[in-house]
Design a protein around this ligand. Sequence first.
Ligand code: PHE
Length: 353
Amino acid sequence: MIDNLINQLDRICKNAEEEISSAASLVQLSELHTKFLGRKGLVAQLMSEMRNLSQEEKPKLGQKANIVKNDISKILVKKEDELQANEDAEKIQSDKIDVSLPGTQQKAGGIHPLTQTINEIIDIFVQLGFTVEEGKEIEDEWHTFDALNIPKSHPARDVQDTFFVKSSPEIDVSENQTVLRTHTSPVQIRVMQNSVPPLKFIAPGRVYRNETIDASHYSMFHQVEGLYVNENVTFAELKGTLLAWAHAYYGPDVDLRFRPSYFPFTEPSAEVDVTCTMCGGKGCSVCKQTGWVEILGAGMVHPNVFKSVGYDPEKITGFAFGMGPERIAMLKHRINDIRLLYENDTRFLKQFV
Ligand code: PHE
């Protein structure tokens, strides 16, 4: 009986040796571990015969079983080391990177050309001592029109095709309706209502007009408003400030031309042209052969505007201007269609990165 069992253990050991030596993977090896040495493995099964043996035979079988288990364990460990080394080598091989291959190019993001233009405009005015203010894009009629000396009956109220936020035929025309601001000038009113002179700030931001969209019109665009309020402000200071800005932005060779114009909130008012930078003022298709391009509106703040914010127009004076960054950006980059600025076509935008 005992001899038979010992023979069987030898056979198990031999089989284990053979099977382990031909194992091809760590997974397979772990299965073989279970098969031979597991709790219900072949060695353990054989050991259950122990109870049929005599007292003298039991330790003999026990000893033999321990030797066999030890041998099988050793073979398993050796094989495991071997397989592990193979797998490591394969992984190193498959993970190998050819550093000489060209990489995938990372696309750089960039600041939108219009934002670039607005930032450049702002930076210069900040250097000239202006602070930067913001108002509301959703305004009311009083701040957008009435306080700026544009009464209900005023034609300027029609030419600025206004978007009303709520429109209903029942709305009383005497009501102060909510509108999308048609210009940044209401920021003048909001800031003056909340502060005392002297004031010197610019207000960049979006404005909305109900325009038919074409190459030079869009229903949303930007303005950079400027306001300087103090005692004894002169038109000469307005000219000097705008010229200092133009020289910083375009270079020292440009000049400004002030043409008399009309805005309800300034008196006198002017439309301001800058030397055409395409032709240096000689005349070209961009400036329609005039040598000048219009970039802003400006003037001395109308006394009624000061009255509407509670300032004394006998004491307080000021100048205001409003420029169009779309136009400035389009002229600078020779962009011939305003819609390009809002389509977010990367073929267009990547030219400005
Ligand atoms: N608000 C005017 C417009 O939208 C521009 C402007 C601003 C003119 C300030 C004069 C002074 O056209």
